[in-house]
Design a protein around this ligand. Sequence first.
Ligand SMILES: *Cc1c(COP(=O)(O)O)cnc(C)c1O
Length: 430
Amino acid sequence: MSDEHTYGFDTLAIHAGARPDPATGARQTPIYQTTAYVFRDADHAAALFNLQEVGFIYSRLTNPTVAVLQERMATLEGGVGAVCCSSGHAAQIMALFPLMGPGKNVVVSTRLYGGTVTQFSQTIKRFGWSAKFVDTDDLDAVKAAIDDDTRALFCESIANPGGYVSDIPALAEVADGAGVPLIVDNTSATPYLCRPIEHGATLVVHSMTKFLTGNGTVTGGVVIDSGKFDWTASDKFPSLSEPEPAYHGLKFAETFGPLAFTFHGIAIGLRDLGMTLNPQAAHYTLMGIETLSLRMDRHVQNAEKIAAWLETHSAVEAVTYAGLPSSPYKDRAAKICPKGAGGLFTVALKGGYEACMRFVDSLEIFSHVANLGDTRSLVIHSASTTHRQLTEEQQIAAGAAPNVVRLSIGIEDADDLIADLDKALKAAGG
Ligand SMILES: *Cc1c(COP(=O)(O)O)cnc(C)c1O
């Protein structure tokens, strides 16, 4: 589109990156179900492989359907470029890959999606990388954790599972001071509720599996670059600032300027790690994003009503929703995500672990699944499932203590959801 800077969010959510198909006029973005693309001639092929011309070579690297989604996500987040990948977890590896190396570390929040805690505390060690977990509300602790080998700071905007809101501007300032990028996982908020780049984030990652696709159909991830970080300001990021041996000595920062990170993500990351998003999944996600703002408004409206109702229930010990007037994060949420604190929160039950199990088993409208951000309402007992690999201490730090149940509030009728919760709380024996 011509005037992307002047259009509002809802217009961009439907149009950014897309245009009628040049070959057929198809109004909806076609699913380009193809592996390869015919070169015009031998010179064209050589120019594409040399990154002298941008175009399509092979769908592990780029695909026209995926490219529309990349441009849409970059636009909605206010970044300069985006790289889609096969899942949210793939996006996290793709974001870290150009920055890290053996012996390097990333300083991360203790309040993260359970799978991310496992990925960071265990799996990345096999690459020689490590993560240092800190309470990101303690800025002195964050500063103290950053050392000469730190290559990034990582947090979630609205953190899973408790709906805790990160102080992104304060963390961005700390990251800036240390000369490292701030990476924000914006999955639970989506760019409709929070735009981390406007608060100072360098990179934004998403599991598009959740609210962006919105209906629990496909997995997908994306890394969006603000284009604002100077990779050449220090010798910390040689993959971007120095000749890259994996691309015949190309200097990405010098050649691509603000698009260095994005080009590196495609030319090295997707090429060699192969965590590619397929065009069918891109299609489902593009469909989902068309209605993102309508859905997020309803998720928030329902979550606010249900959290307030739960808070007064006799079986409930506490509700973590940052949108509640009683939440310690209420003011921060109003600043970081002014349109609402999302649809995700936890409930602690007075009856403890056993009551949580009975509660989960008694719900009817809420589906008991390891997912969030669906149109359907979902429930899970994090400590026995998604956060099972963690120690009890880590579970508590992550907001997933044994007496806590996580709710992902859908867009059904709030009164039906409340009736379902009420019945299950009675069955739980609170
Ligand atoms: C689901 C999720 C992930 C992982 O995404 P997948 O698409 O399941 O790989 C990462 N971060 C957050 C906040 C999530 O909710």
